[in-house]
Design a protein around this ligand. Structure first.
Ligand code: NAP
Ligand code: GDD
Length: 325
């Protein structure tokens, strides 16, 4: 059988790097879209750089996306690129809309014009549920986004469905709940905590400053979630799926568990809060119902909350030790 070809936008990000590894393990030829930066940011993919082909492009630039689709001639396209940090979406709402909303249309246009038979995955988000209308949240739960990022993702979600219905593209939207890993950006709360705890443990810091400790999230492991993306594109029919663990925890519980991983029990003395990290509108409570993914894709998470926290703290302790050598 001919080797399958996949194009990943956002390959330098957390999910892009895990997905590229996963597709290489399935013998795909992997192409990744990267935007120009003044210094290279290939930290997450440097171990596989010689096995993938990077193509220049930006979600703001239609021609570059069209060229990337043309050059890679993919069987599957994973649109993971986005301005993905919710907090930044209030300070840069227009840019977030350009990247995270209209960027999806630009990618879909490239597919429609150049490679309409390619299967397309859109990285939708549980942030679309925002102020939740029911719990747990499933594919049929109404959206009520609470950030410019969430609003942009709702647009991306519906334009994907619209291109599927208008042009008969195999275009699917994965509504993924929060997923984390040692490769998570340092600005997201889980990695901020694991990195902060590791520093405290090693005597390199004496506090972590956070925002809302009461927010609850359904946190899974990113490595598990990229497999679900791939499974969605292997189905006979294009459909949307929720991907989640079905369990949620508060930010406070994450903190407690992270300190526990390095045997620190009196964690409260190290944690402060600041208004600086409180959002204009908060998503208080997310918990996903992934029954459809479990039944149709035979997908299930393999890493528990405790294992995830321990994995992230250990990785940060190891990283900080290595960097201080
Ligand atoms: P991430 O680590 O922030 O990665 C985002 C990627 O998008 C990076 O490779 C980034 O490139 C790229 N990008 C940003 N703007 C771009 C532009 N204008 N043109 C081209 N590339 C651009 O995000 P992630 O956690 O891997 O998430 C992947 C996708 O899933 C995102 O769409 C996110 O919104 C969505 N999602 C994530 C989660 C989660 O919990 N992780 C849950 C639901 C949905 P640079 O390296 O150059 O910045
Ligand atoms: N980042 C951050 N920093 N968040 C904090 C902090 C802090 O110091 N203190 C408390 N929080 C709370 C936030 O208010 C939010 O309720 C929760 O921790 C999680 O924040 P993030 O880790 O930034 O993630 P997110 O849930 O807003 O967004 C992530 O998940 C979405 C899926 O639901 C991102 O990966 C999005 O791209 C993704 O779509």
């Amino acid at each position: 059988m001919a080797q399958k070809r996949a194009l990943i936008t956002g390959i330098t990000g957390q999910d892009g790097s895990y997905l590229a590894e996963f597709l290489l393990s399935k013998n795909y030829q992997v192409f990744g879209l990267t935007r120009r930066t003044s210094t290279p940011n290939y930290e997450r993919i440097k171990h596989i750089e010689d096995k993938i082909k990077l193509l220049p492009g930006d979600l703001l630039d239609q021609q570059s996306l069209t060229s990337a689709v043309d050059y890679s001639a993919p069987d599957e396209i994973y649109n993971l690129a986005a301005q993905s940090f919710v907090a930044t979406s209030w300070s840069q709402p227009v840019l977030t809309g350009e990247f995270t909303a209209l960027g999806v249309t630009r990618m879909l246009e490239a597919v429609r014009q150049i490679k309409p038979k390619a299967k397309f995955y859109q990285a939708s988000s549980s942030e679309m549920f925002g102020m939740v209308h029911e719990s747990p949240q499933s594919e049929s739960t109404q959206f009520h986004p609470r950030s410019p990022y969430g609003v942009a993702k709702v647009y991306g979600h519906w334009i994907t469905i619209n291109y599927r219905e208008s042009y008969d593209l195999f275009a699917v939207s994965g509504i993924l709940f929060n997923h984390e890993s040692p490769r998570r950006g340092l600005e997201f709360v889980t990695r901020k905590i694991s990195h902060g705890v590791a520093k405290i443990y090693l005597g390199q810091a004496n506090e972590i400053i956070l925002g809302n400790l009461d927010a609850k999230r359904d946190w899974g492991f990113a490595g598990d979630y990229v497999k679900a993306m791939w499974l969605m594109l292997q189905q006979p029919k294009a459909q949307d799926f929720v991907v989640a663990t079905g369990e949620n925890h508060s930010v406070r519980e994450f903190v407690e568990q992270a300190f526990k991983a390095v045997n620190i029990t009196n964690w409260k003395k190290y944690v402060k809060t600041s208004k600086e990290y409180i959002r204009p509108a908060e998503v208080d409570f997310l918990i996903g119902d992934a029954t459809k993914a479990k039944e149709a894709l035979s997908w299930k998470p393999t890493v528990s909350f405790k294992e995830l926290v321990a994995m992230m703290v250990k990785a940060d302790v190891d990283l900080l030790k290595k960097n201080s050598r």
